[in-house]
Design a protein around this ligand. Structure first.
Ligand SMILES: Cc1cc2nc3c(=O)[nH]c(=O)nc-3n(C[C@H](O)[C@H](O)[C@H](O)COP(=O)(O)OP(=O)(O)OC[C@H]3O[C@@H](n4cnc5c(N)ncnc54)[C@H](O)[C@@H]3O)c2cc1C
Ligand SMILES: NC(=O)c1ccc[n+]([C@@H]2O[C@H](COP(=O)([O-])OP(=O)(O)OC[C@H]3O[C@@H](n4cnc5c(N)ncnc54)[C@H](O)[C@@H]3O)[C@@H](O)[C@H]2O)c1
Length: 480
């Protein structure tokens, strides 16, 4: 039997849920197909458990720098309590709460793995082998996320390394952990596992957090080293050898040295989760990112949008972040409903049906100690785009709010100014608790607030936000 809905969403992660929610609110009957847990990677194996693992170390760092509180501290972090809290944050890897929400949002669910059988048609196979055929009146949206990239380094597969799922859901902390990669997962997991007592070695073939302003990775690498981690930058893993017992691994590095570790974590980026979707049945290459236009319609081989096929979230490769995927989801769900019901569609830049921010103002917080919070372009990216820029830096530790925040507060703020338009095109903060400063920057960059007007946005004294005033003063006060 074939069941028909106005919209079928493949993948019930944070992104798929939001596509479905907007479409239902727009008046469409909608079903989600989910192969694993409703809530997806972010809830169970990514954002939430990783932040729960990091939180204790972050609080301890501030407490140790707060006279009057540090005197109360004794012993080290209670690892079982941290893991218990992480287990509770993930609802012990059960999705009952999400099912209740789906019900309240009037979204149907079919559990199983979806494969395209033709345009607007899918076959779903459940874990028990039950097959459901689904067709869509209007659209199918793909939100199947991404999977870890595992390099083909000799001996690595045999070492049965952790990827992000194992690192975020581990029920024990290994005595030693070798982390391969220098991106966000590597930096955050190095911070978390060092705070939990593991002896961590981070091996990155390039710089740490290379997509950020250069001072970000430098400060995080320094802090990791101070916390006891061994940070090896510009170094590759050439081969891995595993003891005959299967316990303990030796990593042979490009600089001729070797390190040993109980566990290895591979954090070398992501690949699209599209290899098993049957995309060939609808004339698309298998295994790639699903490229989209700004209203999230998937593009065919000629770069033309397919009118019934949408994609949002990691699978698009646009910005592999939950909040940005959910932004795309709101736009996709609204665009699908509007087009289905013949309502006006606005795909002009910054229009309601255009994910323009993906190109100009993607915010990201890396929850290391210190945190890295950034939005928009780095100075190097702005220059590459041909923008005439001026870079303004200020030490966050010099503002009164930092003196109150904690002893020896160190941090840097950078604003990248478009000199022709007199607006900010990028802002980066590095320092403790700077994640909460970021949204002001996101608003300034997205709304293209003129610098002259920003002088009228007065930060409260004595907060860390006073760094905004100092950045403006460093840039120079406008004349009448
Ligand atoms: C360790 C780690 C930490 C992270 N921390 C953060 C963070 O702090 N903040 C942040 O913004 N981002 C973070 N991210 C990124 C974030 O997790 C992703 O951007 C986000 O999960 C993407 O959501 P999604 O819905 O596109 O995909 P997913 O969450 O991966 O959901 C896809 C869903 O589709 C299902 N599925 C796949 N194929 C099929 C199929 N054929 N049939 C049926 N179902 C299918 C899957 O089972 C899955 O549930 C982190 C990532 C990692 C790895
Ligand atoms: N706090 C957050 O917002 C957060 C946290 C974790 C992950 N994420 C997102 O999840 C995604 C995945 O994170 P990630 O850290 O895995 O990827 P990434 O792209 O941030 O970093 C990948 C790293 O692996 C290295 N690398 C790639 N291929 C390699 C190879 N063959 N050998 C050795 N090194 C190699 C790269 O040089 C880079 O340092 C990111 O896009 C990130 O935005 C976000």
């Amino acid at each position: 039997m074939t069941t028909t809905y106005d919209l079928i969403v493949i993948g019930g992660g944070a992104v798929g849920e939001n596509v479905a929610d907007r479409a239902v609110q727009g008046g469409l009957s909608t079903v989600i197909v989910e192969a694993e847990l409703v809530g997806g990677e972010c809830s169970y194996w990514a954002c939430m458990p990783s932040k729960a693992l990091l939180r204790g170390g972050g609080v301890l760092d501030v407490a140790q720098r707060t006279p009057g509180v540090r005197e109360m501290l004794s012993g080290s972090i209670d690892v079982p309590q941290v893991l218990k809290r992480r287990n509770s944050v993930t609802s012990n890897w059960k999705d009952d709460g999400q099912l209740k929400w789906l019900d309240s949002a009037h979204i149907d669910l079919v559990r199983g793995h979806a494969v395209f059988t033709g345009p607007k048609a899918l076959r779903v196979t459940a874990a028990d082998g039950t097959v459901t055929e689904l067709t869509a009146n209007h659209a199918i949206a793909v939100s199947t996320g991404s999977l870890p990239l595992i390099p083909d380094t000799p001996g690595l597969a045999e070492a049965e390394p952790w990827a992000s799922r194992e690192a975020t859901s581990a029920q024990e902390v290994p005595s030693s952990l070798a982390i391969i990669g220098g991106g966000v997962v590597a930096a955050e997991m190095a911070t978390a596992y060092t705070s939990l007592g593991a002896s961590v070695t981070l091996i990155a073939r390039g710089k740490l957090l290379a997509n950020q302003e250069p001072f970000a990775g430098e400060k995080v690498a320094d802090a990791l080293t101070k916390a006891g981690a061994d940070v090896r930058l510009g170094t590759s893993v050439e081969r891995v050898e595993t003891a005959d017992s299967g316990e303990g691994h030796t990593l042979l590095l490009s600089d001729g040295t070797a390190i040993t570790a109980e566990k290895i974590l591979v954090a070398t980026g992501r690949v699209p989760r599209s290899g098993d979707l049957g995309l060939e049945a609808i004339g698309l290459p298998t295994g790639g990112w699903l490229k989209t236009d700004d209203s999230l319609r998937v593009l065919d081989a000629d770069g033309a949008p397919i009118d019934w096929l949408y994609a949002a979230g990691d699978i698009t490769g646009r910005a592999l972040l939950t909040h940005q995927g959910k932004y795309q989801a709101r736009i996709a769900g609204d665009a699908i409903a509007a087009r289905a019901l013949g309502r006006p569609v606005d795909t002009s830049p910054w229009g309601v049906h255009s994910a323009t921010a993906d190109h100009a103002a993607v915010p990201q917080v890396t929850f290391t100690s210190p945190e890295v919070a950034s939005v928009g372009l780095t100075a190097a990216e702005a220059e590459k785009r041909g923008i005439r820029t001026r870079v303004v830096d200020y030490e966050i530790g010099w503002v009164a709010g930092a003196t109150i925040h904690s002893e020896g507060y160190e941090g840097t703020a950078r604003a990248v100014v478009d000199e022709d338009r007199h607006v900010l095109v990028g802002v980066t903060f590095v320092g403790t608790d700077v994640g909460e400063l970021l949204h002001a920057a996101t608003i300034a960059v997205t709304a293209e607030v003129p610098l002259e007007r920003l002088w009228h946005a007065v930060p409260s004294y004595p907060t860390l936000s006073e760094v905004w005033l100092r950045l403006l003063e460093t840039y120079g006060r406008p004349t009448a």
